[in-house]
Design a protein around this ligand. Sequence first.
Ligand SMILES: [Zn+2]
Length: 191
Amino acid sequence: MMPRRSTLALGVSLLNAALIPFMLLAAMGFLLSVSAHILSLLGIQIPGGNAVMGLHIGILAVWLPAVLVSRPVAKFGNRWGSLKILLGGCPRWMIYGVMALFIYAIVNFLVFMGNAPNQSHLDAGWPPSVVRGFSGHWMLFYAAAFSILYSRIHAPQLFAPRKCPAGHTSSPSARFCPECGFAFQERPRNT
Ligand SMILES: [Zn+2]
């Protein structure tokens, strides 16, 4: 029988092996979204007609694993607190990058709403203005999914709920057990 510690390590490496392809897919989706966004800003029609819609669907493929690894964290505390835990294993520049993309996506979408073309223009593929409107969000979603998966792969310890010696379960970010006040040791960050 394997000692518990290496069983745990094996579990982590198996999960990482499963998550890494999705992280790479998110990186690819992000780069394609950035390219689509730059082309749309330049007013260039993206070749391949509706193929650009693939980026819309690709988001689902990378969000599913991102949501699955987030679930044990999300059930504790509020949304912002959870986000802090979820991105805890990322380098600072990555967190600031996601925040910047969040603000940019909102501004970009408001600009898009201000001069959206009417439906009849959509028949001949996606005009640059529409691609511009959507790709702001694509960049954000791919970058956020990438960051959550990156964090989970590099700092899995940050995602595990904490347990005090009395057996109470609390949030991964808890510093004290809410039930008995036990003080947890700080968890090491990878950055
Ligand atoms: Zn406790």
